[in-house]
Design a binder for this molecule. Structure first.
Ligand code: NAD
Length: 435
């Protein structure tokens, strides 16, 4: 099938590459010229495990192309997938629809034969109706259907998740669109449930799912606080809870709070939609508030652990991405905690295996950057682990001890074995249990 994807970011690019790998003819459109030029020249623009190989293969075999021209992409497409950003509005925190509205208006001019317009971006309930109106107003002769096709990929696992989705949700009110989308997803028929629902239900499923996961994280973090005080161990408590299939064992890792480009913005957008509809979404509101507070608590936990009375402690911070396996630093807890540490008068030297370039755009010269985990520790007072990269699990603890001035490791992701750290004669502070 011929597919155009508008927006070539963390969702659009892996989706485009995945659909090309399945044999479709894919055109990725983005308004950012430098991004398109890099992609055309064979340079990948974001890090995702396994993406670069598939991208190169499909580029060379001619199944995926890149352009800034809507005309080029849309005219021949059977399906147009919208995957532009829906960032939080700076004041109200509702989903800002300016990119969606711009994309819908721009594509309208080039629709020719019947086309399915599928919204993959996370959009407020009723957006499908708005897109339909915008396109019809702009191009009254256009023959199209708008469907909702929410994306559930996890950053860091985008390629795996594309080929192995838990479920595919299609929100469509038209039989013709359902038949075309069924053909697109035919390769998944025998292994993945494809659930067809109304467009508004589909739009709601995405927000309801992300809000639920955010609440689950907030809950386990509150339980971790309880365990620290009550002498229990959150790792054991989570393992016990996770054996209950009604609860499930995922998303029970206590840590520094949720972040990334989705949960913070989607919970805020959900809360906003609740208020607009006079519905009390108290759990969502509590998760937002608690998660915000969590970053401050973590910074204080770090500062309080530095027992030396030092005016400007130097902290080695490992991990900057919002989670391991990605270079994405949007709303990263690591970044927020570092900003809080700077407010508390600390010096920070940071390292991340993939996210250094992205974080420089956010923190600039407010902190120092190291080329390796051990470089960061040279002359630092203490070590803090902020993101759960695998390489941090393998730190040589004797070397760590030789580099740090004060022998303290604060592990906000519980990636190290507390027993090993203590054996190496270092003090250990994790989340949700006392050593
Ligand atoms: P992103 O910022 O990485 O990419 C968006 C891209 O769209 C950018 O490259 C931008 O230049 C481009 N763009 C914006 N307006 C355009 C226009 N009019 N024409 C052409 N290109 C345009 O965003 P993302 O992380 O890929 O997220 C996209 C959407 O998917 C959001 O709604 C997000 O909530 C949702 N989503 C994201 C994830 C994730 O893990 N990142 C997962 C599920 C859903």
């Amino acid at each position: 099938m011929k597919i155009a994807i508008i927006g070539t970011g963390y969702v659009g690019l892996p989706t485009g590459v995945g659909l090309a790998e399945l044999g479709n003819d894919v055109v990725c459109i983005d308004r950012e010229l430098s991004k398109i030029e890099r992609l055309k020249a064979g340079h990948i623009t974001l890090f995702e495990e396994g993406l670069e190989e598939l991208f190169n293969k499909n580029l060379h075999e001619g199944r995926i192309t890149f352009t800034t021209s809507m005309k080029e992409g849309i005219e021949k497409a059977d399906i147009v997938i919208i995957a532009v950003g829906t960032p939080p509005h700076p004041v109200t925190k509702e989903a800002d629809m300016k990119y969606i509205h711009a994309a819908a208006t721009e594509l309208a001019d080039y629709l020719q034969d019947y086309t399915v317009i599928a919204t993959k971006s996370t959009v407020p309930v009723g957006t499908g109706d708005d897109i339909e109106c915008l396109i019809s107003k702009r191009n009254p002769n256009a023959n199209f259907d708008v469907i909702s096709l929410p994306e559930f990929l996890r950053e860091g696992f985008a390629v795996y998740d594309f080929f192995n989705p838990d479920r595919i949700i299609v929100g469509a009110n038209s039989k013709r669109a359902i038949s075309i989308i069924s053909e697109l997803y035919a390769p998944f028929d025998d292994k993945t449930e494809i659930l067809f629902v109304s467009r508004r239900s589909s739009e709601t499923i995405k927000y309801a799912s992300n809000s639920f996961l955010a609440i689950k994280i907030h809950y386990i973090n509150e339980m971790a606080n309880f365990c620290e005080k009550a002498g229990a161990d959150i790792r054991e408590v989570a393992a016990g809870m996770g054996l209950d299939t009604r609860i499930g064992n995922k998303f029970l890792n206590a840590g520094p709070g949720y972040g990334g480009s989705c949960f913070p913005k989607d919970t805020n957008a959900m809360a906003y939609m609740g208020r607009q509809n006079d519905i009390n979404l108290s759990l969502v509101e509590a998760a937002i508030q608690g998660n915000h507070q969590r970053k401050k608590e973590m910074a204080h936990k770090i500062i309080n652990a530095i027992k030396v009375n030092k005016a400007k402690p130097r902290i080695a911070a490992l991990g900057l991405a919002f989670k391991g396996g990605t270079d994405d630093c949007r709303e990263s807890p690591a970044v927020e905690i570092i900003e809080e540490l700077l407010n508390l008068n600390a010096d920070v030297i940071a390292y991340d295996p993939k996210a250094l370039n992205n974080v420089k755009d956010l923190l600039g010269d407010k902190i120092e950057y190291a080329n390796s985990a051990y470089d960061a520790m040279c002359g630092a007072d203490i070590l803090v682990i902020l993101t759960e990269w695998d390489e941090f699990k393998l730190l040589d603890l004797d070397k760590v001890k030789s580099l740090l001035k004060h022998n303290i490791i604060i592990d906000l992701r519980n990636v190290l074995s507390a027993e090993d750290v203590v054996k190496a004669d270092l003090q250990y502070l994790g989340i949700g249990y006392q050593v």
